[in-house]
Design a binder for this molecule. Structure first.
Ligand code: PBG
Ligand code: ZN
Length: 321
């Protein structure tokens, strides 16, 4: 007998009417990896469909994205030269500052978000300046550099700054830096709850940012900690973050829900490289129906409480929506 639940599932139009969560292309931010040169589109073996691009190619890519209804990108830079402090990231002629200026000139209507960190720019691959005695990132010196980097991005025309380094006090330092330089109108989307995750593996191939020694566990969070995950995001809210984030997404749906309930700020999730590659590789192996598993996964992030989804799947998802 069709009773209380099944009778609402019988007619497809009624199923549409009672659907509680709906994905749209407007939910997504698409990551782009920018390097110097011209006409470059290097596909990365561990992330099929994801490319390192030169700025001219990124500008072309934005046409494709807009045609799909995707209007936001987050930029990661691969500099020609790395050094101990990550100077390229602090320079107005560095790869990201240059990319933002040129992309903004070509596509003033796109929302250009910049990832703010140093791991792609340092020769040791850590997310800031090292403290030799502690053999890890020096928090407070790195804060000063993060504020400088944010101003460089804002001057270049970035629409939103997304700090991912998990330094204590980073939102306050960046907010002050931006405000003092006349950029009080630029929002900060904080990677507020970011775990020390093995799911970042493929990203480090694309961004060429694997640490040359040790790991990131002295600044990124322990995957075991739920209460601390909430505290981290609430602290960033207090320091002035405009949007919070949970990263990675798939193994942390509980945390997305927890932060959704603890804060009224908009919440982003980062559906990271390893999550993307798992589905891609399983799809290629014929083990899963890639498109359906992808859509179900993305829907799960939104149902868990995310407003914004940063995902390498964004183009493929938008094509299906
Ligand atoms: C840099 C940064 C990382 C990612 C986004 N920004 C990697 C890291 O912390 O090593 C990961 C994104 C992904 O895996 O897709 N701090
Ligand atoms: Zn980093």
């Amino acid at each position: 007998m069709f009773a209380r639940f099944r009778r609402k599932r019988l007619h497809p139009v009624l199923r549409d009417l009672v659907r509680e969560t709906v994905l749209t292309p407007k939910d997504f931010i698409y990551p782009l990896f920018i390097r110097s040169g011209e006409g470059i589109r290097n596909e990365v073996a561990s992330m099929p469909g994801v490319f390192q691009m030169s700025i001219d190619e990124a500008i072309k890519e934005c046409e494709t994205l807009k045609a799909l209804g995707l209007k936001s990108v987050i930029l990661f830079g691969i500099p020609d030269v790395k050094d101990s402090v990550g100077s390229d990231a602090l320079c107005e002629h560095g790869i990201i500052a240059t990319a933002v200026r040129e992309m903004k000139a070509a596509h003033p209507d796109m929302l250009i978000v910049t990832d703010l960190c140093f791991c792609e720019y340092t020769d040791h691959g850590h997310c800031g300046v090292l403290n030799p005695a502690l053999q890890t990132v020096d928090n407070d010196i790195t804060l000063q550099n993060l504020a400088k980097q944010a101003v460089v991005h804002a001057k270049a025309g970035a629409d939103m700054i997304a700090p991912s380094g998990m330094m204590d006090g980073m939102i306050m330092a960046i907010r002050e830096g931006l405000d003092e330089a006349g950029f009080s109108h630029i929002p900060i989307m904080s990677y507020s709850t970011k775990f020390a995750s093995a799911y970042y593996g493929p990203f480090r191939d694309v961004a060429e940012s694997a640490p040359s020694f040790g790991d990131r566990r002295s600044y990124q969070m322990d995957p075991a900690n739920r209460r601390e995950a909430i505290l981290e995001s609430l602290e960033d809210e207090r320091e002035g973050a405009d949007i919070l984030m949970v990263k990675p997404a798939l193994a942390y749906l509980d945390i997305i829900r927890d932060i959704r309930e603890a804060s009224d700020l908009p919440l982003a999730v980062y559906n990271v490289s390893g999550e993307y590659s798992m589905l891609k590789m399983a799809g290629r192996a014929g083990v899963i129906d890639y498109e359906r598993v992808m859509m179900e996964t993305l829907l799960g992030f939104k149902r868990a409480g995310a407003d914004i989804i940063i995902s390498y799947h964004a183009k493929e998802a938008a094509e299906l929506l």
